[in-house]
Design a protein around this ligand. Structure first.
Ligand code: ADP
Length: 253
């Protein structure tokens, strides 16, 4: 693959919490349009690693490239660099993180005005398109508290998409939801993947990873222990730790 075909490149990423080494030398190249699922046991460092991609977590070393931005991570980024990086990454958290005192429309339009300098009319027009995309056009004037968890998460996805990011990052987007509400969020994510959005998804939803992801990455103890095409990794894991993880997942269901 040509250098330019990768939209996200991470090289030798390390995260330390004091003496605890949470992410160890993780290297990952992600192609434009690729959907990557990161799975593994709790405490494996999945979320910490994902959060380094938009610098919500400061790695102690490594090189990070998102779109045309490339940074060595052994020193702090300038405010301007950080803003560029955050603009190119759309983050969706487990806990939605919508502004409770703003309507759905304002939640999605305000960041476009603040960060991209769009006018109110431009931002609201884009918001209307995005609400249609997550099937919630009728909720533009509602406040988040009036929506179900699944609807709030779909609004959070629309808000992240509003900045036209190069890559969408999802950190356990369905784990705070009842299963049927999780399904409506996964359905929207599947549509995004079908439309060619580049996505990195930390998830416990192995069935979703198997169906939607182009690649599955298994982490344990801060390291990538295995990766490949989901059906192959799930059916024929090579490492004993991966086997143990998938056996535990099957037993839980
Ligand atoms: P996962 O997403 O795979 O469940 P995490 O990335 O959340 O794992 O956490 C990896 C490890 O790093 C865990 O042992 C966790 O307790 C530790 N950790 C995460 N955040 C912090 C922090 N801010 N300070 C200290 N330790 C942390």
């Amino acid at each position: 693959m040509q250098e330019a075909d990768f939209i996200v490149r991470l090289k030798d990423i390390n995260v330390q919490y004091g003496s605890y080494h949470a992410v160890k030398n993780v290297t990952l190249d992600i192609a434009r349009g690729e959907v990557v699922a990161i799975v593994g046991p709790s405490g494996a460092g999945k979320s910490t690693f994902l959060r380094t991609i938009n610098m919500l977590e400061q790695p102690s070393s490594g090189i990070l490239q998102v779109g045309s931005f490339r940074f060595a991570l052994d020193h702090a980024l300038t405010g301007e660099q950080l803003l560029k990086l955050r603009r190119s990454t759309g983050m969706v958290f487990q806990s939605f993180n919508l502004f409770p005192h703003m309507t759905v429309r304002k939640n999605i339009s305000l960041p476009q005005m603040r960060v991209l300098g769009r006018s109110q009319a431009e931002a609201d027009a884009r918001t209307a398109q995005l609400l249609e995309r997550v099937h919630l056009s009728d909720k533009a004037d509602s406040y988040p508290a009036r929506l179900s968890g699944g609807q709030q998460q779909r609004i959070a996805i629309a808000r992240a998409l509003a900045l036209d990011p190069d890559v969408m990052l999802f950190d356990e987007p369905t784990s705070a939801l009842d299963p049927e509400l999780g399904l409506e969020v996964l359905a929207v994510m599947r549509e995004l993947a079908d439309e060619g959005m580049t996505m990195i998804v930390v998830t416990h939803e192995i069935a979703f990873a198997a169906e939607v992801a182009d690649r599955i990455i298994v982490m344990a103890d801060g390291e990538v222990i295995e990766q490949g095409v989901p059906a192959e990794v799930i059916r024929n894991p090579t490492s004993s730790r991966t086997k143990k993880f998938f056996r535990a997942v099957v037993e839980r269901h």
